[in-house]
Design a protein around this ligand. Structure first.
Ligand code: FAD
Length: 492
């Protein structure tokens, strides 16, 4: 059932589980719980469509002023969340990403890839993806007559393929809207923003959540368990803002909430010049809804102390080297066939670079309040200098490997400084760790110091990997649904 919160005032809703945020994590979790027989309330700040007045609730303070430009186009605040304009590109994290890397401070997850394997498989099935990992496979692409994307003798990079979610499932809010509306166990209240979590006097148990809307009305939500799925910045903001009982905010006894904010250095790497004889044409890649490209090998990461990096051939129109790539607009632009044919002599190559976990890169609360009276978050995104060195070294290694493989000349863009915009892959502010001094949540995604408060989304990630995050966000949400279902059946 979907209820418009603007039509209600002063009511209390109750369910087994209460979830804040109907984006990738929240919708996945809510639907899987309801399917398993658990009653759910899903609270969504926005309506069923985009609206500026709710979008403005995402404002973040940067250097004391409204930071709209820094984060523009990186998040959405309505039913379906940022899946309303994501690219749908999916790839599972490799086992290596979960390990501790001695040259990356604060790396290592409290879970392994094997822990996630069954949930990755479930996520792939749910999203309509044929498989979760894929090396470059000319046979499957039916391009056997073409050369490989990189010579087998190259050790620094391997070629990989990313899958895209089928077009009719990309926008989770559009794909799942009818299922939510029809569900008997799931009540979704839209146009209602969670403003504060209220605990019992011990501060160790959430009792209710307060929802406010832009017409000045208030709703209350009670449940046995609560889950925040509002995105990495907003998850931290809500924990910090819930400080009526616990000074400094929920889960923040060790001053970790909001720290280790990470995003990917998603940008133009350069151009592959000279009419390269590539193994797959843009049209073939697009038709198969795949991206093809390269990822740094684990051997090279160990040898050169590198962060993970992926680079892929961009199927859109090549851009100017001196122009910032226009990633992210309010509405996702369709890929026009004309755009992919406009230049056949070069391909643009885009990259995603892992950002290392850094405790100084953080979300805090500012003194300014939004129209609902909630303190606005402040963001200091600090990309460590080692990450930029790693980026340049990785780009050089890739250019050499590509040249040796006879694919053409990779003309590199200026990679001297971090991007001045934060990308759409936002992670790390409520990271998992088995040590409460190093992380906000445990391996089950439960806030260490609050017995019935859980987190969903990229804020759980201890490291950011090079892979796009959302497939893992959805996988973790399915895993959490499994855990909470057992808990509500008395088995966990
Ligand atoms: C341009 C762009 C392209 C991208 N492409 C890819 C890609 O190809 N592959 C990939 O893996 N990732 C991609 N991403 C990232 C992807 O969109 C996010 O990782 C993903 O949507 C995060 O899921 P989430 O559920 O944590 O947050 P969201 O999807 O943002 O959902 C959060 C929800 O919480 C709601 N909310 C916020 N605050 C409150 C509150 N106080 N009360 C109630 N509700 C609230 C919001 O309205 C929203 O619906 C892209 C992002 C952008 C911007």
């Amino acid at each position: 059932m979907i209820i418009n919160g603007l039509d209600r005032d002063g009511e209390t809703f109750e369910a087994d589980v209460c979830i804040a945020g109907a984006g990738a994590a929240g919708l996945t979790l809510a639907l899987h719980l309801a399917d398993a027989g658990v009653s759910v309330i899903l609270i969504e700040s926005g309506g069923l469509k985009f609206a500026w007045r709710t979008h403005k609730l995402l404002d973040v303070i940067v250097n004391g002023a409204s930071g709209g430009a820094l984060l523009a186009g990186s998040r959405e605040r309505f039913f379906g969340g940022t899946t309303n304009h994501w690219g749908g590109v999916c790839r599972a994290f490799d086992a290596y990403e979960f390990e501790q890397h001695p040259w990356v401070d604060h790396s290592g997850w409290p879970i392994t890839r094997a822990d996630l394997d069954p949930y990755y498989a479930a996520a792939a099935q749910w999203l309509g993806l044929p498989e979760v990992d894929r090396a470059f496979d000319p046979g499957a692409l039916q391009v056997q007559s073409h050369p490989p994307l990189i010579n087998a003798t190259e050790t620094a990079f391997s070629s990989v393929i990313w899958r895209r979610v089928p077009a009719d499932r990309v926008q989770l809010g559009v794909w799942q809207r009818d299922a939510v509306a029809r569900s008997k166990r799931l009540t979704c209240v839209v146009n209602t923003s969670v403003a504060e979590l209220h605990t019992d006097p011990s501060g160790q148990r959430v009792v209710s959540v307060e929802g406010r809307n832009l017409d000045g009305k208030t709703l209350r939500f009670r449940a046995r368990d609560f889950v925040l799925c509002t995105g990495a910045i907003e998850n931290a903001r809500l924990l910090l803002a819930s400080d009526s009982v616990v000074p400094g905010g929920l889960g923040n006894e060790h001053d970790v909430v909001g720290r280790y904010f990470m995003s990917h250095e998603g940008r133009l790497l350069g151009f592959l010049m000279g009419n390269p004889a590539l193994p797959v044409s843009r049209e073939e890649a697009l038709a198969k809804s795949e991206l093809v490209g390269w990822a740094t090998s684990t051997a090279a990461r160990r040898e050169h102390r590198l962060r993970g990096m992926m680079a892929f051939l961009h199927s859109g129109a090549p851009r100017k080297l001196d122009g910032e790539l226009a990633l992210g607009s309010l509405q996702r632009p369709p890929v026009a066939p004309a755009a992919v044919r406009d230049n056949d002599r070069r391909w643009s190559v885009l990259l995603n670079m892992e950002q290392s976990p850094n405790p100084q890169s953080r979300v805090t609360l500012s003194e300014m309040r939004d129209v609902l009276g909630v303190r606005k978050p402040a963001l200091a995104n600090m990309v460590p200098a080692e990450d930029m060195q790693s980026l340049r070294k990785s780009a050089e290694l890739l250019a050499l490997a590509v040249a040796r493989s006879g694919l053409g000349r990779l003309q590199l863009a200026d990679l001297s400084t971090p991007k001045d915009k934060v990308g759409g892959h936002q992670m790390g502010t409520t990271r998992m760790s088995s040590d409460p001094r190093q992380g906000v949540t445990n391996a089950d995604a439960r806030v260490h110091s609050v017995e019935n408060l859980f987190i969903g989304g990229g804020s759980l990630f201890p490291t950011s990997g090079w892979q796009h995050p959302t497939f893992t966000i959805i996988t973790l949400a399915i895993r959490l649904a499994h855990h909470l279902t057992k808990r509500h059946q008395g088995a966990a």
